[in-house]
Design a protein around this ligand. Structure first.
Ligand code: F6P
Length: 560
């Protein structure tokens, strides 16, 4: 969609007004007609030239539609956007989340104990390690059986009750690090206010050996509080109404001690974090308590060290070798110049089953914005075009995805760049299965990049009328991230990588990646609508015509 140049309001955050943006628009015209086959043929060093390293992750980005000149121009774009200064401002604790007047310091959650960072007069490193130490002491007691439930039995099941950032990170990491878990301790995750969720996760449990973690940054989220109240009711039923059981079976993770106390959880059993940790950036805080209980404090701390290694790379590496910066810039390259709207993230690890879902909140809640930091609309731009923000992230582990949606990636009309993530060493080596698995990983990116021409298809003896159907166009861009093994550290590195990719994109687009006002309206309306659904008398229908009629039908089906 284009808007007229006349409507442009000059914004210092409008990247399209920079020379760097114009240079990339010109670069797009030069690069777009070229095929990856030709780009590889013309540069025997291409794979080496476009491979770089961050901590334990190797990124090969040579199968992207770019030349060395493109990379230079993308790096110039990052400089024009002031990315270096903005990285420094974030790590320093400036209040870069301007709509909530908050620092953004998830990077402080993984600073080593010896580091120092004072923000708003507070030593945040000391605070972080104080909570980590308390989590460790608690986790050690639960894991050793020293912490017992109200009837004296040790804990066998942890139920984490939370939603969004208080669920997606813990559950993703719990699945990712199953191989490091104490298998005698099961974790379950309740998030949805759909009553079937809490029912299915709790109904078959022995509540005498169950610990509930109520995780909520605000401790005001309807889903979490509703599920937690239900769990509390069942717990009290199991203990014949003995309120003293709550202290042994409920702990809280929150920034809001008062609300935790109001709910009835002893604040001695609360693990805190701070308003400078965004929900979707929080599972390396106390929000990761369920994970720590599962994998143990040492593995949790190893994961934090992995996060920190990626933070240091992001903070210090030259942009031309900086993996999060390069990947963020590539996302901008396709999103804003090639006009793509989504990116597939395809982990070749069943353990990373929930990684794409986790990334959806991280990236889309962060960058799904259409107003810049200074309040100007991204529709008002010097280029005259609406500046597309907020890519759609999606994906599934390979090889499952290959038998589902890869057809569209290979031969569909929509260009969909993809990140392939794989590991050399399997967590479980069963005969030749891992090599077979990984041969798929390598085959897919090669097929996407180079395809198969009509001549090649014909030479295989394919009937002429079938040839067009079997031609593989290729020229489909991918990144390949390869690491030796999925360890706690590597998981931390991967998550920090995508956090910083997200930040890089937000800086280019001039938007605030750290608020989420867009989710509020629906929440408020749900509260307003509830009485219309439940009132004993015919309600006063106050919604729009469509919604009123739907609610009336719903009431009829519910016999109201
Ligand atoms: O509704 C969105 C959101 O605010 C997320 O940003 C957040 O992760 C989630 O809800 C849960 O919030 P809380 O941890 O405060 O319960």
């Amino acid at each position: 969609m284009s808007t007229s140049h006349d409507t442009h309001t000059a914004s210092p955050y409008d990247i399209t007004g920079t020379e760097a943006w114009r240079a990339l628009a010109e670069e797009y015209r030069r690069v777009e007609p070229r095929h990856l086959r030709e780009l590889f043929a013309s540069d025997p060093q291409r794979a080496q030239r476009f491979t770089t390293q961050a901590a334990d992750l190797t990124l090969d980005y040579s199968k992207n539609r770019l030349t060395a000149e493109t990379v230079e121009r993308l790096v110039a774009l990052a400089e024009a956007a002031g990315l270096r200064e903005k990285i420094d401002a974030m790590f320093r604790g400036d209040h870069i989340n301007i709509t909530e007047d908050r620092a953004v310091l998830h990077t402080a959650l993984r600073l080593p104990r010896s580091a120092s960072l004072v923000v708003d007069g507070q030593d945040v490193v000391a605070d972080v390690h104080n909570v980590l130490d308390r989590m460790e002491a608690f986790a050690t007691k639960v894991r050793s059986g020293e912490w017992v439930g109200h009837s004296g039995k040790s804990i066998r099941t942890i139920v984490n009750i939370g939603i969004g950032g208080s669920d997606l990170g813990p559950v993703m990491a719990y699945e990712a690090l199953r191989d490091y878990a104490d298998r005698s301790l099961e974790c379950r995750f309740v998030s949805n206010i759909d009553p079937t969720d809490v029912f299915e996760k709790v109904h078959d449990l022995d509540l005498e050996t169950t610990l509930f973690i109520v995780a909520s940054k605000t401790f005001g989220t309807a889903e979490t509080l509703t599920n937690a109240k239900q769990a509390r009711t069942w717990l009290l039923e199991a203990f014949n109404g003995d309120e003293a059981a709550v202290a042994k079976h409920f702990v809280a993770v929150s920034t809001n001690a008062q609300r935790v106390a109001d709910f009835g959880i002893d604040t001695d059993n609360m693990f805190g974090f701070w308003d400078w940790v965004g929900g979707r950036y929080s599972y390396d805080s106390a929000v990761g308590l369920a994970l720590m209980l599962s994998v143990g404090p040492d593995n949790f701390r190893e994961m934090l060290a992995g996060f920190h290694a990626m933070d240091e790379h992001f903070r210090t590496a030259d942009f031309a070798e900086n993996v999060p910066v390069l990947m963020g810039l590539l996302n901008v390259w396709y999103n804003n110049f090639f006009g793509t709207s989504s990116r597939a993230v395809l982990p070749y690890s069943q353990y990373l089953l929930r990684f794409p879902a986790y990334l959806q909140q991280l990236t889309m809640e962060s960058n799904g914005k259409s107003v810049r930091v200074d309040g100007t609309s991204v529709a008002q731009s010097a280029s005259g075009d609406l500046v597309q923000t907020g890519e759609i992230f999606w994906g599934e582990p390979g090889t499952n995805g290959q038998h589902a949606f890869y057809q569209l990636l290979h031969q569909g009309t929509k260009l969909t760049p993809a990140d392939f993530i794989g590991f050399a060493q399997p967590n479980h080596d069963l005969g030749s299965m891992h090599d077979l698995f990984m041969s798929n990983f390598f085959a897919q990116t090669a097929a996407l990049a180079f395809g198969k021409t009509a001549e090649e298809v014909t030479a295989e003896g394919t009937a002429a009328d079938i040839v067009p159907h079997r031609v593989m166009p290729g020229n489909r861009p991918t990144n390949t991230i390869l690491a030796e093994r999925l360890t706690p550290s590597v998981l931390g590195q991967l998550v920090a990588l995508y956090e910083h990719i997200t930040f890089t994109q937000s800086v280019i687009w001039g938007i605030n990646a750290f608020d989420q006002w867009g989710v509020e309206l629906g929440k408020q309306m749900a509260l307003q609508f509830e009485p219309m659904l439940t009132s004993a008398e015919a309600p006063e229908y106050t919604a729009d015509g469509s919604t009123n009629a739907l609610i009336a039908s719903y009431r009829a089906m519910r016999g109201r």
